[in-house]
Design a protein around this ligand. Structure first.
Ligand SMILES: CC(C)=CCC/C(C)=C/COP(=O)(O)O
Length: 181
């Protein structure tokens, strides 16, 4: 993984691509996803959209908690060549296993493909985005390959849990009453 960390610093082989990699990093960060979903939830006036967004919010929160628990249990340090200059982190983010960006990318990718009606080119773009976010974790030197691979698997599996526990006005009426205008 150290050899693949080609954007780990400005002086690295692909150091000039580091700013772009950091933009990609933010596109998979929890804060914009949580704020964007919450904003969409407050703005939406269709009950179908509210149901999807509420479940996306639930999925994102579940993902944050699960990744924090696994990071806290495994306590694998980040690669030594990583520069800890990430946008908004919490205490367990000093640990590396699994990659939270990779779990979120896989989870959000499956969620979007299942719940948004998109043309094929856009569906391909969503998958590419998830792959690029994941690969960029190793290129930035944030993670080892195994952190990212396990993260992708965890995010993929977590989506199935979210689908299984799907929140609806019937299963969680109080939650939906909060958001009905
Ligand atoms: C503070 C919030 C809401 C989210 C933290 C997002 C974050 C920094 C995750 C770490 O990702 P990696 O494990 O891929 O580095």
């Amino acid at each position: 993984s150290k050899r693949l960390g080609v954007c780990a610093g400005e002086g690295s082989a692909w150091g000039s691509a580091r700013p772009l990699m950091k933009v990609i990093e933010i596109s998979g960060h929890g804060v914009p996803w949580l704020l964007g979903t919450f904003y969409g939830l407050c703005q939406s006036d269709s009950s179908a959209a509210r149901e999807v967004l509420l479940n996306l919010l639930f999925a994102l929160l579940l993902d944050l908690v699960l990744v924090a628990v696994v990071k806290g249990l495994v306590k694998r340090p980040r690669p030594t060549h990583n520069k800890m200059d990430m946008f908004v982190t919490i205490s367990v983010d000093k640990y590396s296993f699994p990659s939270g960006h990779a779990t979120r990318a896989a989870l959000v990718c499956r969620f979007i493909l299942r719940h948004l009606v998109l043309a094929v080119p856009l569906r391909v773009l969503v998958v590419l985005w998830a792959l690029i976010v994941s690969i960029s974790r190793v290129m930035l030197g944030r993670h080892n390959m195994t952190d990212v691979l396990f993260g992708l698997l965890l995010g993929y599996a977590l989506y199935s849990v979210v689908e299984h526990c799907w929140l609806s006005p019937l299963s969680a009426p109080a939650l939906f009453a909060l958001w009905s205008h």
